[in-house]
Design a protein around this ligand. Structure first.
Ligand SMILES: NC(=O)c1ccc[n+]([C@@H]2O[C@H](COP(=O)([O-])OP(=O)(O)OC[C@H]3O[C@@H](n4cnc5c(N)ncnc54)[C@H](OP(=O)(O)O)[C@@H]3O)[C@@H](O)[C@H]2O)c1
Length: 286
């Protein structure tokens, strides 16, 4: 199969690149923002005309959650309109379209893991733009496969894990919020999940949820990171009002993953195992 990956320099894009050698039977095309800016619709249409892929994995997104509050137009252009165009182009060319969305489409008031058909209610511009991207994808290409995920990290990216490691090394103590509950996702696991969906003989369109297993707070996550790197810096639990950000995060955003497990036979790893794996990879890079 010919597999196109957009946004190939992001965390998910790089995690997919790392998997390439495990799939010698496929031919991958990894395109960064510079290679194919997905909000330049004519470029996207022309690319598909010249070199039609069998599968398109959209790893491109506007992911600056706080900045999106003041860059609404750009967030919607990349996360919504461009997704609609990609979905439509995939439909026109018979390409399987796999898109990635977010737990931030929910408002966080649930007391159990979110299922795919639970009511959405984004609290932020980023969440709204991603939800609109889901809507446009399904409307313009009902064969789309959309995988919502949460708290993504990878050894190559700018993310919570790497920020906490740096702060643990620099500060006498750190404060981390203990009242936002979610589930981390190692980008390598998400990439493997997406490849399984890409290769599935039968494509079952729709929305799916994927993350690592478990339910934790950012504080729990930071404590485990500290333990794994052998840091003695104190990690203090703080509450959301003590850590004000421009965009409000959902208090609870754990995703129920049964649908993707049952439909595509995806195996889930615990968040601790995946975190250990990533920290080893960060160590090796130094
Ligand atoms: N990160 C998270 O915690 C998280 C949580 C839930 C869901 N997700 C979703 O998971 C997916 C992958 O996220 P990620 O963590 O891999 O994000 P990421 O590291 O921010 O990567 C996104 C990539 O998209 C590129 N991009 C931005 N605008 C583009 C455009 N107009 N055309 C083409 N490429 C463009 C970016 O390029 P530049 O580097 O040049 O800006 C970047 O390389 C996204 O759909 C995201 O919304 C992420």
């Amino acid at each position: 199969m010919k597999i196109l990956v957009t946004g190939a320099n992001g965390q998910l894009g790089k995690a997919l690149r790392q998997l390439e050698e495990r799939y010698p039977q496929h031919s991958f095309r990894f395109l960064s923002r510079e290679d194919l800016p997905i909000h330049h619709f004519e470029l996207v249409r022309n690319f598909f005309k010249a070199d039609t892929p069998d599968v398109c994995i959209n790893a491109a997104a506007y992911t600056a959650v706080d900045r999106a509050e003041t860059e609404r137009e750009l967030a919607f252009q990349v996360n919504a309109e461009a997704v609609g165009v990609l979905a439509a182009v995939c439909r026109a060319h018979g390409t399987r379209f796999i898109h990635v969305s977010t737990d931030y489409v929910f408002n966080g008031s649930s007391d159990r893991p979110y299922r795919e058909d639970d009511p959405t209610g984004p609290l932020t511009v980023y969440g709204e733009s991603k939800l609109e991207g889901e809507r446009q994808a399904m409307e313009l290409n009902p064969d789309s496969i959309i995988i919502r995920t949460s708290w993504v990290y990878h050894e190559t990216g700018k993310n919570f894990v790497k920020t906490i490691i740096r702060l643990l090394r620099e500060k006498p103590y750190i404060g981390v919020v203990n009242d936002q509950i979610g589930a981390p996702t190692y980008a390598g696991d998400l990439a493997a999940c997406i490849m399984k969906v890409a290769e599935a003989e039968k494509s079952v369109p729709g929305i799916y949820h994927f993350s690592n297993q478990g339910e934790i707070s950012w504080y729990d996550f930071a404590v485990e990171i500290a333990r794994l790197i052998g840091s003695t810096t104190e990690v203090r639990a703080i509450s959301t009002p003590e850590f004000i950000t421009p965009a409000q995060r959902p208090a609870y955003s754990v995703l129920d993953k049964r649908k993707i497990v049952e439909t595509y036979g995806i195996e889930l790893r615990s968040w601790q195992r995946s975190l250990e794996h990533c920290i080893r990879a960060i160590d090796q890079a130094h």
